[in-house]
Design a protein around this ligand. Sequence first.
Ligand SMILES: *[C@@H]1O[C@H](CO)[C@@H](O)[C@H](O)[C@H]1NC(C)=O
Ligand SMILES: *[C@@H]1O[C@H](CO)[C@@H](O)[C@H](O)[C@H]1NC(C)=O
Ligand SMILES: *[C@@H]1O[C@H](CO)[C@@H](O)[C@H](O)[C@H]1NC(C)=O
Length: 395
Amino acid sequence: MSDGYYSNSKKCDDFCHKFCGEKTWAALNMSRVKCFLRGIELRTCFILFFLIPLFIVSTYLHGQKISYFLRPLWDSPPKPFHIIPHYYHENISMETQCKLHGWKIREFPRRVFDAVLFNNEVDILTLRWNELYPYISQFVLLESNSTFTGIPKRLIFAENRDKFKFVEPRLTYGMIRGRFKKGENPFVEEAYQRVALDQLLKIAGIEDDDLLIMSDADEIPSAHTVNLLRWCDDIPPILHLQLRNYMYSFEFYKDSNSWRASMHIYQMGKTRYAHYRQTDVMLADSGWHCSFCFRHISQFVFKMKAYSHCDRVRFSHYLDPKRIQDVICRGANLFDMLPEEYTFKEIIGKMGLIPHSYSAVHLPSYLLNHADEYRFLLPGNCKRDSNCSTCLVKQ
Ligand SMILES: *[C@@H]1O[C@H](CO)[C@@H](O)[C@H](O)[C@H]1NC(C)=O
Ligand SMILES: *[C@@H]1O[C@H](CO)[C@@H](O)[C@H](O)[C@H]1NC(C)=O
Ligand SMILES: *[C@@H]1O[C@H](CO)[C@@H](O)[C@H](O)[C@H]1NC(C)=O
């Protein structure tokens, strides 16, 4: 680009020199105007041949960044949640726990249904189901042979089903065929799959007053949170769960702003599976949201392509395994994006790398009990396998 600038400006100089240097009557009579004009010409050339192309190129390369950075100007933050303080210690009774939240204890716990749309998060699903296992009546899982973005996908859960034998008696599995509509907004396919999940919940036998967890597979409520909500009466009928946000593994703790997961007291004909904001109340510190917590680099690549925001893969080098590995180890952003925040203070505060965390305290118990197998999720183990035995995309 600097080359372009140089040659352009050189042409300009020649042009100006010729123009200003000619001893015409006009030049002689208007020597002051001449120099003034030369100034204009130079400035105009500079703008035409340097600033405008620079602006176009940088808008092309960084348009998304510019618009994210200016977000405080064009977008206002959503209404803040009303956050319910969360009280917990292993050594306090359920009665005391309920009481601390202003709730009463029930005579028997509610049944709990855990429903997820599955993409390719085999390892994180293992952590999730082991964490929740003691308290879940039915695990409901739906997978499609299409990603939200309409890419054909293998039925990863079906292929790995034998790894989940421990839930088999409590599992309702559904498969839905993709519609493969070209050029459609990914949110349409996502909505379609969520409607199918509503049907699957009915097949699983959900009834009024059962508890339903609505969350993505990688949004894991902690076991004690689910236990609290199934044992207490007078809990809000819909409650968002505030989760700790992690990226790539539990080494990179980002913030506590994950709010999409929610808990519902099921009402036939009224409760609809959703993943957006449904109420203003949220229970604090209710679990973990581990984004892109994959074992194999190929899973990152697949997820980046299958993601609803696949427009974020603006350059094919984003999918280069070497780059992805480097990004994971540094705590950088896979899509080279700015933080999605609503104030300049927060944007600037969160720019750059996610700091390393050395804490493995209060993580899912299955992870620590099987640390050897899941080492890649623990601090200090950012290197991933590049080869993947169960590669995901149909090539
Ligand atoms: C747990 O609670 C019991 C009774 O309240 C107490 O005797 C015991 O020391 C507590 N244990 C811990 C580890 O705090
Ligand atoms: C998706 O699954 C349906 C039903 O099993 C099947 O008919 C269809 O061919 C599959 N599509 C792809 C692209 O795998
Ligand atoms: C990659 O695959 C090869 C052959 O399948 C295997 O020998 C090697 O250990 C694998 N590498 C890693 C890092 O798992």
